[in-house]
Design a protein around this ligand. Structure first.
Ligand SMILES: N[C@@H](CCC(=O)N[C@@H](CS)C(=O)NCC(=O)O)C(=O)O
Length: 222
């Protein structure tokens, strides 16, 4: 499809940052062309640098405009396609959505550093190191608190799917593939993300990829 929007991403099996804008664009029915650059290949860095001065994906091209950093891309899309409800409309809810999206973008490095996103593998439950456990618990606190204050009758953090959900979607896949214990509230939220048609498309396309990255098993944390 020829559009004036191109999203450059990495492999769907492994690229958690790529998933965020891709999921929201597909969910909100924004047409775009997609370029996939597989990670951990000899040409990965040079290929990414052709598209992004930061040397990272995702990166969005919209005509002559280039935007990188997943959250900046999502914010740009919310401005450019302002007829969709990318953020909650209520100012209080919107402030909270922006805050938890930013917390995800900037934080949880212990969890992200050890629990690589890998949709092709599941791992047995284990005891995680204290800093990772702290991140896991904080994410679940955010989900519970947000669902109870802003979720209403909907299935997502703010009822309907928003950018905040897109930011946490790769954590949902990690919690499932790494068998993280979740209470009923977090579990049903995770299922809502996994059952989202756009998420199912991403997962199906990931399963068709041929590239394999062997991260090994996460370190024993006791
Ligand atoms: N903070 C960035 C993180 C982007 C990022 O780390 N992307 C990884 C793929 S998930 C990447 O481009 N890795 C390639 C490399 O570092 O060579 C964002 O939000 O977009």
């Amino acid at each position: 499809m020829a559009t004036d929007l191109t999203l450059v991403i990495a492999n769907k099996t492994y690229s958690s940052w790529s998933l965020r804008p891709w999921l929201a664009m597909v969910h909100f029915d924004v047409p775009f062309d997609e370029i996939v650059i597989p990670l951990h290949q000899d040409a990965t860095s040079s290929e990414i640098r052709k598209h992004s001065p930061a040397g990272k994906v995702p990166v969005l091209h919209h005509g002559s405009i280039t935007v990188w950093e997943s959250l900046a891309i999502l914010d740009y899309l919310a401005d450019a396609f302002y007829d969709r409800l990318w953020w909650p409309t209520d100012p209080h809810a919107k402030a909270h959505a922006r805050t938890i999206a930013a917390e995800m973008h900037a934080g949880f490095s212990a969890m992200r550093g050890t629990m690589n996103m890998n949709l092709s593998k599941t791992y047995p439950a284990r005891v995680w190191a204290a800093d990772i456990t702290k991140d896991i618990n904080r994410v679940q606190d955010i989900w519970r608190d947000t669902r109870s204050r802003f979720g209403g009758d909907g299935d997502f953090l703010f009822g309907d799917f928003t950018i905040a959900d897109a930011m946490y979607a790769p954590v949902v896949t990690r919690f499932k593939t790494y068998a993280i214990d979740m209470d009923a509230t977090c579990n049903s939220y995770a299922d809502a993300i996994l059952n989202l048609p756009a998420m199912q498309t991403w997962t199906a396309q990931a399963a068709e990829e041929s590239w394999v990255i062997d991260y090994g098993n996460p370190p024993d944390s006791l």
